[in-house]
Every structure is written in C-alpha cells, then in structure tokens.
Ligand binder design. Structure first.
Ligand code: UD1
Ligand code: UDP
Length: 361
C-alpha cells in the first residue's frame, strides 16, 4: 500500500504523529503532504522536531488566506502531487481546511480516502469545521469514528456501517507517549514559576469567540469574576489568530492573566496535566484534559466532544459571565475519577492494520 498523509495545522501534526511513526517503523510506503496552513515555527516546525517526525516530502506553503482561496489553492497543489505520486490511499484527520482539500482532491481522482476523527458533530454550521467534517465524512471511503457516539452520528446520517470502524482517537496515543517524555524533559513549571494545581490554563482561538471584539472582551470580563472569587491566576498561551485580534481590538489583558507565546507539545501537556482547571474552546484540549483527568470549562455553547460532557470531565459554559463563574465553582469541586472515553492508546496501529487489510483484500 502506498499511503499519502495530509497535514496542515498544529492539531493535525500532533494527532497524526503516532500514525506517521507507526507507518514509518513498519516500512509502509508513505509520504506526507503539508499544506502549510500553519507555518509559524511554534505552530508547525517545533512539533516536527519535538515529536521526531520526518520532514514532509511536500510542503505547499499555502499560509493564511480566506476559506475559499485557501481551500482552492490547496486543492490545486494536492491534486498535482496525487497525479504524480499515484498513492493507493489518502489519509486525513479532523475538520480543517487542509482536511477538506485533501478529501476533495483525492475523491475527484478516485483515490480511496481514510478519514480519522470521523463522525464528530457540533450541529452548528456557523463553525467552518462542521462543514469540513460533514463533507469529509460523506466523501470518504473509510471512516474512523473515535467512539460509539461519533459512530452513531455517522449511522444517523445514513452512512454505511461497513465503512466505519470505532477506532478511538489517536490523540490518546500521542498524549500517552509524549507525557512520559514531557515528565522527563519539560521544565516549564519552574520556568514560569508555577506550582502544580495553583493556576488555570486558558486557550481560545475559535473565530466565533475571538473575531468579535465584544465577545472577546466578555471572555476577559468573565475571567475577572472567576479571579475575584477564587484568586487563582490564568496562564494563557495565545494562538496567533487570537493575538492578532487582541492587538487589533486594542484589548487590555487583566493583570491576573499571563499571556505567553504558543508552546511546544511537551511543555503544553505538562502545563495541562498540572493545571487546577482548563478553560478552552479548543477541540483537542477538551479531549486531552479528559484523558489527563483535569476538569475543563468549555468556553462554547455546544461541543462535538460530548463524550467528555457525559463522563463529567467538562462542562459547557458558553460566553455567559455568570455561567462561567458557576461552571468554575462546580468543576473545582468535582471528583476526577471518570474513565477516558477516547481510546486505549493503540488507535494508530488499529487504523493502519485495518487499512492494509482492506487494500490487500
Ligand atoms: C485552524 C482550523 C481550526 C483549528 C485550528 C488549530 C480551519 C478552518 N480552521 O484555525 O479548525 O482548530 O487551525 O489551531 O481549518 N496564523 C499565524 N501563524 C500560523 C497560523 C496562523 O500567524 O502558523 C494566524 C494568521 O493570522 C491567520 C490566523 O492565525 O490568519 C488564522 O489561521 P487559520 O489557519 O486560518 O485558522 P486557525 O484559526 O488557525
Ligand atoms: N497545544 C500545544 N501548544 C499550545 C496550545 C495547544 O501544543 O500552546 C496542543 C494541545 O495540546 C492540543 C492541540 O495543540 O493537542 C490543540 O490544538 P488547537 O487548540 O490549536 O486546535 P483544535 O484542537 O481546537 O483544532
């Protein structure tokens, strides 16, 4: 089997790192196309270095653009490479514009597509990710649903059972492996003079939260209520989209929120593991906080990671000040004895073995 793996953003690189490692260690013929959707050193190359990944064979260097143009330019670039390389299968993950472009380019060329992290639904088409997921799921040939909930979503949309495997999410593989390394190597708590369980970790980057001045301002005002009540400070590694908007809107960051640049994976998971609570609108971080048994306040009205809500590791707080304060107080007192619903850490191996079997039979 000749496999093409498409990556483009920070979470794709992290979640596909165990898959790339597995195919590489098992002498499977593969190559990686990086669309270059993320390109800043600490959103891109840093992860290849830390996670010990080979350089992608192709980097399209697309950079930042509006949705249509970004997807269109990616489509042109990926199609050209697929025509030259003629792989048996294209593998994509998740819901980014890079995912969408990979799926569209491959299906139009009648190349089989495997979609990892399939079947997640927020039921909010204002999110660009929801549109990308739906298209990716309906065009792909092999759907890897992380859980029975995502499996049920796919069945509910009329997709054939035969196409779907419940595989767990490769984030568990990545997190388990890298947490050990992080425990050995990362000195981030000392570097930032933080004590375990004595800080809140905050990330926000969803356009629906950070592209609107008033909403972004509301988030900081909500955090003020939380700080006044609990006197725990926030550490805030800032996504470049959010940083750009904070500067554009000229927002004043409260003194109890420490803004820092985006971190590498080893430092970030160390900080996540020792946080008192996580406040986020990130998808991957909702999963990781659940796996790490650190309670999470979701700064959104809905989530496609409902498994974490069900086991009680996270709570939806929206962008409502009182709800955020209430959610914080609740999550500070919960018992973290839930079971991780996202997989056993062997998803990458299961997925690749399944695909090899399909191609050979
Ligand atoms: C993208 C994904 C989102 C995912 C997120 C992970 C889509 C539609 N969105 O959102 O699903 O959760 O990645 O982080 O695919 N920028 C930089 N350097 C970079 C990358 C981005 O400065 O390396 C800045 C640029 O100003 C850019 C902005 O961030 O305009 C947004 O980047 P973009 O890739 O369009 O979307 P994300 O918000 O990163
Ligand atoms: N992450 C990181 N450094 C940071 C912030 C996040 O390594 O400063 C990791 C985090 O552990 C998770 C992934 O990036 O694995 C989540 O990416 P992001 O929040 O950008 O995207 P989403 O998951 O929402 O698509």
């Amino acid at each position: 089997m000749k496999l093409c793996i498409v990556v483009g953003t920070r979470p794709d690189i992290i979640k596909l790192s165990p898959v790339i490692r597995y195919v590489s260690e098992n002498n499977i013929d593969f190559f990686v196309i990086h669309t270059g959707q993320h390109y800043s050193y600490n959103m891109d190359k840093l992860f290849f270095e830390e996670l010990g990944l080979p350089q992608p064979k192709y980097n399209l260097g697309i950079g930042s653009k509006n949705h249509g143009e970004m997807t269109g330019v990616m489509l042109i670039g990926i199609e050209k490479i697929l025509l030259e390389e003629n792989p048996d299968m294209v593998l994509v993950l998740g819901d980014t514009n890079s995912t969408l472009a990979g799926v569209l380019a491959a299906t139009k060329l009648h190349i089989k597509v495997a979609h990892l992290e399939s079947g997640l639904r927020s039921y909010d088409k204002k999110m660009p990710e929801e549109i990308n997921r739906i298209v990716a799921d309906h065009l792909s040939d092999y759907l890897f649903a992380p859980t029975s909930i995502s499996y049920g979503n796919l069945i509910g949309e009329g997709l054939s059972r035969e196409k779907i495997m419940i595989s767990g999410n490769t984030i568990v593989d990545a997190l388990i492996k890298n947490l050990e390394i992080s425990n050995d190597k990362s000195k981030i708590l000392e570097q930032l003079s933080l004590k375990p369980k004595d800080y809140f970790l905050l990330t926000i980057h969803r356009p629906e939260n950070v592209d609107d001045k008033d909403l972004l301002q509301t988030i900081f005002e909500s955090l003020e209520l939380v700080y006044n009540e609990h006197k725990i400070r926030f550490l805030f590694p800032v996504h470049p989209r959010t940083k750009k908007n904070i500067e554009k809107f000229n927002l004043k960051i409260p003194y109890f929120v420490k803004m820092i640049d985006p971190l590498g994976y080893l430092d970030f998971i160390q900080l996540q593991n020792h946080a008192r609570l996580v406040f986020t609108d990130s998808g991957g971080i909702q999963e990781e906080s659940c796996i790490l048994k650190v309670p999470c306040v979701i700064l959104r009205d809905h989530t496609e990671r409902v498994e974490a809500l069900e086991v009680g590791s996270s709570i939806l707080a929206g962008l409502n000040k009182e709800k955020i304060l209430e959610a914080t107080s609740k999550m500070l007192t919960i018992n973290n004895s839930w079971e991780n619903p996202f997989g056993d850490g062997n998803s990458s191996m299961k997925i690749i073995k399944y695909l090899i079997n399909k191609v050979n039979n």
